[in-house]
Write a protein of this length. Structure first.
Length: 774
């Protein structure tokens, strides 16, 4: 079960019953998802796992725990190997008395959508998707806004309120019932029921609590049945459950009777408890950082992405469950058939391997929506855009009308012991009503900002930075020092990270090359007269004091710090990430050599600094001076020594290195292309091709002028992307059948030869058709 360190011989491991015991580490053995430390901050409590043992068996829970982003996503993605059937199973088996109670109510919670296997799941999901489509959700906006305004009107002059009690619990429930078409009666009973349902399913009730909970769950089951019968008698009723009832009549083999009753109960909870807790978490987080809150109040356009960042950092669903249907592996760890998995999205969402500086709240993070709080793949939350819509309205109304609101200091946040759901029970806020802006500007109450339904587009998210200083670094190379105009901290970064600078109509990538602990960023820009114009703009038009927009930082070129020896190779302006890596390795006291190749010394930025600060570890290769690099001798000996080579430069340099390192152990060479003239996706002579999407059961055509990514997105399927130039690997999709015309710089020759993967932003079909796991 993971690393060999801290071995002990616990009881309870179902896998390693062999003599000598089971290799469960001390930390794995101590893991308790109901302990106060974990409930307070699940991501921090699993930091050790992300770092040392990303897949481990928890004897206390009887589950395998998965904590890294890529692994959690891979489990979500493969719902055949990892069945969702246990998603609603009780974590703590009920006592005999509790079972008796449930039986008395004839409780028979069964498959819904979230725990249904294929092929039944997809057929049902498609039959029930219509109400979640953007146009239908947009029609709910006025209703949600009106409810929110009524609630805010009621407390805006009071100066202090518990937001959970005053609005965040009730509005999502009212909205969910409206969406479902369920009569809005018995709201108090529903509160009791839904808490009981979450405790029953994901909680750890004591034996006494179990009885109470079983009674409430039993009554909830009966209530759901009664409401369902009532709704069946209204054939023209509106809302999603009425639609499901009609589908039950039309296609009873797909939308079954048992499904209807179970879903009736599950969806009331899925539709409101999740959103209520997520809104509470988000407001708590945003109000905890005054500068962030003020930025949102001033710039409401930032709200959609701020919400994604809150869902990433403090989601309301922190973990989900799957069951292995066969012997398999996750990140090299053998997982036996029938193993139960706890996939901790809260931990994955903080994973700095995927999210640069993962614990930091960055409302400008353009990858925030890649969080796994809504799950991923074919079961991904159907209500995600509904939840987003509600959360946006809450935060927009509150930040506009009560920008001076603060978290009350006299409160402790407590979290119910729960494996899946997380959010504080109350959120006390206060303000001085005399300062309410609507007292001097009554028209403010009716203002609104509407956002398009769905995840914010990463292309629209950019922070404003001011050019604090400009210096000339070498012939044709300028260094820009950038900072936040209001002193808001710019996110920390790691060597190899880059930002996208948006200058005028251009967006170009620049590696960060200053000191990571500086409050601002430093980039070096080479003037490219033959480029697309971005660098000319920066050289000719950008002046000190000007504001620019930038996205990031992101890191696709991480320094593998742990190696025995490091070889760093830079060509030309490719020195920027390499010098940051050299600085880091020096700071860590690692063994490294850095080679810097250029045509002439006066055009080599940072050459002097490199020599001054890295002394004998730095070697300059200047072709004009006759000291050009002999790459073969530079890399010689790397295979034996457990070395890592990090290289950045033009394609010619990287291609030569690729050939020289072809026989070295896999992963020895890591390189980043310095793109001088990104090709873009379209090429003359492109033709249309068909795609068959296995998970979504859709057939689509990718026309000549469009990318696969664009076509798939237009069909409502979320595929993350970043560079959209084949450089970053974010848009990878699995290919099940068909030849691929690869146009990316991500996949190695052997990965291409193996088949099975492609980058959706740029690559196309070789033939007429591709079958994809989407
Ligand atoms: C599924 C989270 C709001 C309806 C899920 C899943 C998660 C989740 C983790 C399982 C995903 C997977 O297995 O890959 C959330 C969160 C919400 C939220 C964090 C709020 C912030 C809603 C709302 C609705 C809803 C408002 C309905 C009105 C559903 C449904 C499924 C689902 C129907 C099952 C989809 C399937 O299995 O095909 N949700 N949810 N959710 N959610 Fe949500
Ligand atoms: Fe970067 Fe496709 S989005 S490779």
């Amino acid at each position: 079960a993971g690393t060999e360190s801290n071995l002990q011989t616990p009881s309870g491991c179902p896998v390693h019953a062999a003599p000598g015991g089971c290799p469960v580490s001390t930390q794995a053995q101590a893991f308790d998802p109901f302990a106060a430390e974990y409930l307070a901050n699940p991501a921090a409590a699993l930091q050790w796992s992300r770092d040392q043992e990303p897949v481990f068996f928890s004897p206390q829970l009887g589950y395998w725990v998965v904590s890294r982003y890529e692994d959690v996503k891979a489990v979500f993605r493969d719902n055949v190997t990892f069945s969702p059937s246990i998603a609603l199973e009780r974590v703590v088996p009920p006592s005999d008395e509790a079972m008796e109670t449930l039986k008395r109510y004839n409780y028979q919670m069964n498959r819904t959508l979230v725990n249904e296997d294929e092929p039944a799941h997809m057929e049902r999901r498609r039959a029930l998707m219509e109400h979640f489509l953007p146009e239908n959700l947009a029609a709910k906006e006025d209703m949600i806004r009106q409810l929110t305004r009524q609630k805010v009107d009621a407390f805006v002059d009071s100066g202090r309120v518990d937001l959970v009690e005053a609005m965040l619990w009730e509005i999502p429930l009212t909205v969910a019932l409206h969406f479902l078409g369920v009569p809005k009666e018995d709201m108090d009973a529903l509160k009791e029921f839904s808490v009981a349902h979450t405790v029953n399913t994901w909680g750890k009730p004591s034996p006494e609590q179990q009885l109470k909970v079983a009674d409430a769950v039993g009554r909830f089951w009966q209530y759901a049945g009664t409401v369902l019968e009532k709704m069946r008698r209204e054939p023209d009723g509106t809302g999603w459950m009425h639609h499901a009832i009609r589908m039950n009549a039309e296609i009873p083999e797909v939308v079954t009777d048992s499904y209807l009753h179970s879903m009736m109960m599950a969806i009331i909870v899925a539709g409101h408890e999740t959103t209520s807790l997520a809104s509470t978490n988000a407001l708590k987080l945003l109000l905890s950082d005054r500068l962030v809150w003020e930025r949102i109040c001033k710039t409401p356009e930032l709200i959609p992405n701020a919400i994604e960042e809150c869902l990433r950092l403090e989601g309301s669903v922190v973990a989900w469950r799957r069951r292995a249907t066969r012997d398999t592996e996750i990140a090299g760890v053998a997982i036996p058939a029938e193993a139960k998995l706890l996939i901790v999205s809260a931990s994955a969402n903080h994973d700095s391997r995927h999210f640069e500086n993962g614990d930091f709240l960055d409302i400008y993070r353009d990858s925030a929506a890649e969080h796994l709080t809504f799950g991923y793949g074919s079961h991904q939350c159907m209500g995600k855009n509904f939840a987003r819509l509600e959360m946006r309205i809450f935060i927009e109304e509150l930040s506009r009308r009560l920008p001076h609101m603060r978290l009350s200091e006299d409160q402790q946040f407590s979290y119910l012991p729960n494996l899946a759901f997380r959010g504080p029970q109350q959120l006390l806020v206060e303000w001085d009503p005399a300062l309410n802006p609507e007292r001097s500007d009554p028209a403010l109450v009716d203002r609104r900002v509407s956002f398009p339904i769905g995840a914010p587009s990463s292309k629209e998210i950019a922070r404003t930075v001011r050019v604090a200083d400009i210096t000339e670094a070498a012939d044709g190379i300028r260094i820009l020092h950038l900072e936040d105009p209001d002193g808001l901290a710019l996110p920390a970064w790691s060597p190899g990270a880059h930002v996208d600078l948006v200058a005028g109509e251009f967006s170009r990538k620049y590696s960060l090359c200053g000191n990571p602990s500086d409050p601002g960023y430093t980039i070096a820009v080479l003037r490219e007269d033959k480029g697309r114009g971005g660098s000319r703009f920066i050289h000719d038009k950008v002046t000190k004091g000007m504001t620019l927009r930038l996205r990031g930082p992101k890191n696709y070129f991480r320094l593998e710090e742990e190696a025995d020896h490091h070889l760093l190779i830079a060509g030309g302006i490719g020195i920027t990430p390499i010098i940051a890596m050299a600085d880091r390795l020096k700071q860590l006291g690692r063994h490294y050599t850095v080679h810097y190749c250029g045509r002439k010394r006066t055009a080599m930025a940072f050459a002097e600094r490199l020599l001054a600060e890295h002394g004998a570890r730095a070697v300059l290769h200047v072709s004009e001076e006759g000291s050009g690099a002999d790459l073969a001798s530079i890399v010689a000996g790397c295979g034996k020594s457990g070395a890592r080579i990090h290289a950045c430069g033009p394609a010619r340099l990287l291609d030569s290195l690729g050939e020289l390192c072809a026989n070295l152990p896999e992963g020895t060479l890591r390189s980043e292309l310095f793109v001088t003239d990104a090709s873009g996706a379209a090429q003359p002579g492109d033709t249309a091709f068909e795609i068959e999407l296995e998970d979504s059961d859709l057939n689509l055509t990718v026309p000549a002028g469009q990318t696969l990514l664009e076509v798939v997105r237009a069909a409502g399927i979320d595929v993350p992307s970043d560079c959209e130039e084949g450089l970053c690997g974010s848009c990878e999709v699995r290919v099940l059948d068909g030849g691929v015309d690869h146009r990316d710089r991500v996949l190695s020759a052997s990965e291409r030869a193996e088949g099975g993967r492609m980058m959706a932003c740029c690559s196309r079909a070789k033939g007429q058709k591709l079958r994809l796991a989407l």
